[in-house]
Design a protein around this ligand. Sequence first.
Ligand code: MN
Length: 262
Amino acid sequence: MKILVSNDDGVYADGLWILARHLSQIAEVTVVAPDREQSAVGTAVTLRKPLRVQKISPLHPGIEAYGVEGTPSDSVILALGKVLPERADLVVSGINQGSNLGEDVLISGTVGAALSGYLRGFPAIAVSTGKWCEPYFSYAAEFVTLLVKRLGAAGIPSNLFLNINMPDLPIQDIKGLKITRLAMKSHVNTVEEGHDGRKAYYMLTRQSVNSQEDKRTDIWAVDQGNISITPLHLFLENRIPARLLENLTLGLLDELKSRHFQ
Ligand code: MN
């Protein structure tokens, strides 16, 4: 099995290397990741600017690693299109320093990297942990490695796209494993105003809403001490108000034209 490992915390991040090291026990691993911290850039790609790729000396023997002067999505697109000599069987992104729950998936670079693989027809997994130190990284890496091993044996579905979040608990205290859905209204964004002596500035802050009532959500699962696995897909369009829009826009183009061509 060939696995591309990427992340958004940068190519030297501990979480990435612990994950790569564990996965290399069961697969051929190549690391291609941003050369610097790129958290919360979502699926941003770099256009109209050249991208440099630098082979770096691996932090674990036998794992080829490249740093990309770009975003997580840039890294995955470059890896799958150019850097990897052969087709990857799986893209794994992480382990992120910090959970990616609910609406986080829309801004997360960790999920963004996985999404870039998924959009190109590669099965993809994003992994995040609320507590980013040892031994929590190792538990998460071991868990993902066991899961990937099972996936490999069962045959990995090409449309696989998973968002995995580990709870902030030592392994013996983790209660269970829940297959979840994304929590909606999962975060509160606030704007704080400051002044630097010359000009006002604003700081956006983001806080997760832990008190989820819906027991099917990722936030609830992690908050209750479970590992959360959310299967994701990519249908952003909303079909519900289509009829409403049809009625609303009836004759709208004619109205626009009639203003110009009487
Ligand atoms: Mn990150």
